[in-house]
Design a protein. Structure first.
Length: 241
């Protein structure tokens, strides 16, 4: 079976489940893990700017897309010519079934279950007695955060943070004034590439909050990636102390 993945975290998961460059024949320019293997896979554009002609020339058996990462128009066009698996991941339960689905599809059930067990073990081990309020920023100018129907929110909630924007949906624009209600303000390294300079700037405007730069992949890359974030989450939670 030959596969084109239009989703960075799913590309990583496919390799983690034991596939090679022989089966994975196409990926986006944002599919960067695992570096030593994806470099040998043809690039078919970006997640929202795919090259249809390139995909047709590769002629995959299946294309894996995502409702949020890829555009509806691109997916519908691809479905005219190819089998397309469209994923939609907003909870940890969704992630469990994603890996289960991939395991069944690829005949990799055993390793998929090992990753699911590892992820479950990590989150069972992280038990916070009292949740701290937080805001998680994904964009600047305007500042944008995450609502309760996002995968990022699910991860935040699981490791012990209460999202102050949990009553909102998707990725709302918010103000500096609204951020003052959060004990912690997380600046994600993606999709906006927040740096330490942005942390320093915002910290001056939010003296009563703790502003922290966080690894966007740890919070937003579903699939197998969570199984690799145990130490990262544990270190992050040291800020409680």
């Amino acid at each position: 079976m030959t596969i084109i993945s239009l989703v960075p975290s799913i590309t990583e998961a496919l390799f983690d489940l034991g596939l090679t460059e022989v089966e994975i024949i196409g990926r986006t320019k944002f599919c960067i893990h695992p570096e030593n293997q994806v470099k040998n896979v043809a690039v078919i554009g970006g997640t929202k700017s795919i090259n249809m002609e390139k995909i047709r020339s590769l002629n995959p058996d299946i294309i894996i897309a995502n409702k949020e990462e890829n555009t509806k128009e691109d997916v519908e066009e691809l479905q005219k010519y190819f089998k397309v698996l469209v994923t939609n991941i907003s909870t940890l339960e969704d992630n469990y079934y994603l890996l289960k689905t991939l395991g069944n599809l690829l005949n990799k059930q055993e390793i998929a279950q090992k990753y699911n067990s590892k992820i479950n073990e990590i989150f069972q081990d992280i038990q916070c007695k009292e949740k701290k309020t937080c805001a998680y920023l994904i964009w600047k100018n305007p500042y944008m955060t995450v609502g309760s129907d996002t995968f990022i929110h699910a991860v935040l909630d699981q490791i012990g943070f209460e999202n102050i924007f949990k009553t909102q949906k998707r990725y709302p624009e918010i103000s500096i004034k609204e951020l003052k209600a959060a004990e912690f303000v997380f600046l994600s390294t993606e999709p906006f590439p927040f740096k330490q300079k942005h942390v320093d700037e915002l910290q001056k405007r939010l003296p009563d909050s703790k502003v922290i730069l966080v690894d966007g992949e740890a919070f937003s890359w579903y699939g197998t990636h969570l199984a690799k974030c145990e130490n990262y989450f544990k270190n992050l939670l040291e800020i409680y102390k």
